[in-house]
Design a protein around this ligand. Structure first.
Ligand code: AMP
Length: 494
């Protein structure tokens, strides 16, 4: 491949200088803003934070330069005034700038990029106007919902192009030239590369958005982005939005052209004050027992809905079988499920049909689920970044919430690392051990049934087959070595 096409003029992702600090180092200095850190390195980039001014409290959507129809739509959607990320970024996007916006989930980031894009689309509604790339399929559907709501009076045509769904139908939907395409990286790459009639459809695309950009810039998606960059016009605007600043984003900003605008609303690496954060020391092999104890007390705690985060698809599936056996209603969301089952699980939880969602980190980011009172870290995450994303599912928009982390004795060090990055101490969650142990027979019997069901439903074979496929794909991409190097690098940075 020609080297030129690998390098994007405005955001030259693939000509990285030597790596700088890793996330943990970059964000552990909670009192220093990333903006300040970058001031010296990137004098050509305009930067702002929510601390610079407080115009956002007085600004209206009309003041930001949005068309009247857009202002009306915001009102209809009960968006009375712009959030800080919106009041800072919307005028810059309308002015044609490339923007990197770093703001917490739930801060209104989606409308911050969708509104100005739709404003421009209304002026020139031709061809595929925008491509939005997001890391998970669920986020893609959520983004499409928001685009459709914000663009309702434009009769917006929006196509979702994600893995796990029929590719031929997606190809046909692209040939009908929707205004906005929302895609996961893998699927858009395949569609662009394998169908010669698809790339020309993007020849007039005006916007590329990388939503949850920190995750997309992870090494695994480099090849996918390379293809996207190759086929999109160079004179488009590029918008990156992320909840956390990472070394990849920092590098990107250092290399970006002087059209770039960087907005950082993230005051250090923090969780909101309305979130109560606790840990439960768990004796070895007793996690399921403690989980059952807590779930059977949800009503006493005043919890209407809870998300339980686990580290693997296997644990997610096993716990769903266990809870079923224990008559606890729960939906499970993990990547071993087909896309339609994933969406169905999310829908059952969002609509209140079941009070508990079991999930891997596929649900850790960006999903807007308004009524979550409790997040349980059944497996404590290995990084503070994942912790923040997970617990950010609760205590949203000024509401209260509780995050409970299950901690084995050898994991106490992980709690300390997270506390150091957050600048906050977790309290110990008190529960009477005798109460917990009273269910030991019931839970262990249910565990045996869950094990048998797991053998019967062929999960293990599926897991083996998937692992084989994954390794094959990584080997084909030449990423096997890179991945293990990155993992080692991450470990040494901790
Ligand atoms: P996001 O950060 O994009 O996931 O948005 C979180 C939630 O905030 C979504 O449900 C939006 O509909 C809502 N939202 C976005 N902007 C505003 C606003 N200006 N006023 C009130 N709600 C908003």
């Amino acid at each position: 491949m020609d080297q030129d096409v690998l390098v994007d003029k405005d955001f030259p992702l693939f000509s990285r200088p030597p790596k700088r600090s890793k996330l943990t180092a970059a964000t552990s200095a909670t009192t220093t803003s990333v903006t300040q850190n970058l001031e010296a390195k990137t004098p050509h980039v305009e930067k702002a934070t929510n601390l610079d001014d407080d115009t956002s409290t007085t600004t209206t959507f009309a003041d930001l330069g949005l068309a009247e129809w857009a202002v009306r739509t915001c009102k209809e959607l009960s968006m009375r005034k712009p959030t800080p990320v919106q009041s800072h970024c919307i005028p810059k996007i309308l002015a044609g700038r490339n923007v990197l916006g770093v703001a917490q989930t739930g801060s209104g980031k989606t409308a911050a990029f969708a509104l100005p894009m739709l404003h421009r689309l209304a002026e020139y509604p031709f061809g595929i106007f925008a491509l939005v790339v997001t890391p998970t399929r669920e986020l893609a559907y959520q983004l499409a919902e928001q685009f459709r709501a914000l663009g309702s009076c434009l009769n917006l045509r929006c196509a979702v192009v994600v893995g796990g769904m029929d590719m031929l139908t997606q190809k046909q939907s692209l040939t009908r030239r929707p205004h906005v395409v929302i895609a996961t990286p893998g699927r858009i790459k395949v569609l662009l590369e394998d169908n010669p009639d698809i790339p020309p459809l993007f020849s007039n695309t005006k916007f590329l958005v990388l939503d949850e950009a920190d995750r997309i810039l992870d090494v695994g998606f480099e090849e996918e982005l390379r293809v996207v960059f190759q086929y999109l016009p160079k004179n488009r605007q590029t918008l990156l939005f992320s909840a956390t600043m990472t070394s990849e984003l920092e590098t990107l900003l250092e290399l970006s052209s002087n059209k770039a605008y960087f907005y950082e609303a993230y005051e250090g690496f923090k969780t909101v004050d309305t979130l109560k954060q606790q840990y439960i020391p768990i004796p070895k092999y007793k996690k399921e027992l403690y989980l059952y104890h807590i779930l059977s007390k949800l009503e006493d705690f005043g919890v209407r809905s809870a998300i339980i985060f686990v580290s693997t698809c296997r644990t997610c599936h096993r716990l769903s079988l266990l809870l079923e056996e224990l008559d606890q209603q729960a939906a499970a969301l993990h990547s071993f499920k087909s896309q339609s089952l994933r969406l169905a699980a999310l829908h059952r939880f969002k609509s209140g049909q079941v009070p508990v969602l079991l999930a891997t980190d596929v649900a850790g980011r960006g999903l807007d689920i308004p009524l979550v009172d409790l997040v349980i870290n059944y497996d404590i995450p290995r990084s503070a970044r994942d912790y923040i994303h997970r617990v950010g599912r609760t205590a949203r928009a000024g509401r209260g919430g509780l995050a409970l982390s299950f901690v084995y004795p050898n994991e106490v060090v992980l709690v300390h690392e997270i506390e150091a990055v957050l600048g906050k101490q977790m309290e110990k969650f008190e529960c009477k051990e005798n109460d917990v142990l009273s269910n030991i027979t019931k839970v262990s019997n249910a565990g045996c049934v869950a094990n048998m069901n797991m053998m019967d439903d062929g999960f293990e074979e599926k897991a083996k087959e998937r692992k084989k496929q994954k390794l094959k794909t990584l080997a084909e991409k030449g990423l096997l070595k890179k991945r293990s190097k990155k993992r080692n690098g991450d470990r040494s940075a901790k």
